[in-house]
Design a protein around this ligand. Structure first.
Ligand code: ZN
Ligand code: ZN
Length: 305
């Protein structure tokens, strides 16, 4: 119940909701465990790996670095491909996801941050979207991409993504692939992504004295394809590269870089020298400048292509 003295206390509409909407979430966990009752086969692991790589790249490169932060540019077709890949992970629609993520950066770890771990660890991990309060897409936070009808359609009908993934796995590899490449992969991708909101704000080191609790964590960076460098990211969020140095493994950036060589994406933003050189760089000014620049570009962000 809301506590008047604690600004981080959750209201009555911010409690775990066990109505119909959250049933698929729990059911999929049961199905994921059931995957281990099939006889072990490497082909099952391969199906899992393919789904995990495609979906996680869609979330990290697409939902996060492109739609939330516009850290690189691409054409309308590949923009849709990124949104479609992200939707395979069953993390709701791309506009819903990126709108709420922008809110997280705007209010990081203040009482207005929807999923700060200061409101509870499991709340930041998964409970926040299992409450009734944050079901709607945050339109004020996500204007420029809502104008594309194909993105708006996918946002409203995001369940097509996981259904297509599961149906494809069933068709190609029968029940073992449905459970490994479908259910288990989706649940694994969920929790990998959710650790960025939970563990990456409590476990790891802090290179930059940001005003939030973000951390850098190499283990999380491996499983999230680079998002574990979350303190770097909060310090300079408009970068397409979250591993700022060569030893900070950032698979999402490597793939984006390779795609830039063949012209699929371009104008990848990287951290400027003042960010790399000093922990005490002008974070807020740098962010303000980057945001102003982004807003100028908002109208023409995606060319038809
Ligand atoms: Zn964060
Ligand atoms: Zn972010």
């Amino acid at each position: 119940m809301a506590n008047q003295d604690d600004p981080y206390a959750r209201g009555p509409d911010e409690q775990l909701s066990l109505d119909g909407a959250s049933v698929p979430f729990w059911l999929l966990h049961l199905f994921a465990v059931a995957a281990f009752f099939f006889p072990f086969r490497w082909s099952n692991v391969a199906a899992f790996a393919v789904a995990y790589c495609l979906g996680t790249f869609g979330i990290m490169a697409g939902y996060h670095r492109y739609f939330s932060h516009r850290s690189f540019k691409t054409g309308r077709v590949f923009q849709f491909v990124l949104a479609a890949l992200g939707s395979l992970t069953s993390q709701k629609g791309v506009l819903w996801w990126s709108g709420h993520h922008r809110n997280h950066h705007k209010y990081s770890d203040t009482p207005l941050d929807i999923h700060s771990p200061k409101r509870g660890f499991f709340w930041s991990h998964a409970l926040w979207f299992l409450s009734k309060k944050y079901v709607a897409t945050s339109e004020s936070q996500q204007r420029e991409f809502a104008k594309y009808p194909e993105l708006a359609f996918l946002n409203d009908n995001w369940a097509i993504g996981p259904v297509v993934l599961c149906a494809t796995m069933l068709a190609l590899g029968g029940l073992p692939w449905l459970f490994w490449g479908g259910f288990l992969a989706i649940v694994a991708m969920w929790h990998a992504t959710f650790t960025v909101n939970s563990l990456a704000h409590v476990w790891g080191t802090r290179r930059y004295e940001t005003t939030d609790t973000s951390r850098n964590n190499p283990l999380l960076a491996l499983i999230t394809f680079g998002e574990g460098w979350h303190n770097n990211h909060h310090h300079y969020q408009s970068s397409a590269r979250n591993g700022f140095f060569w030893w900070e493994v950032d698979v999402t950036f490597y793939v984006l870089k390779a795609l830039s060589w063949v012209g699929v994406v371009w104008d990848l933003r990287v951290p400027p020298a003042w960010v790399l050189e000093g922990a005490a760089g002008p974070t807020r000014q740098g962010e303000a400048a980057a945001v102003a620049e982004e807003e100028e570009e908002a109208a023409g962000v995606a060319k038809t292509g």
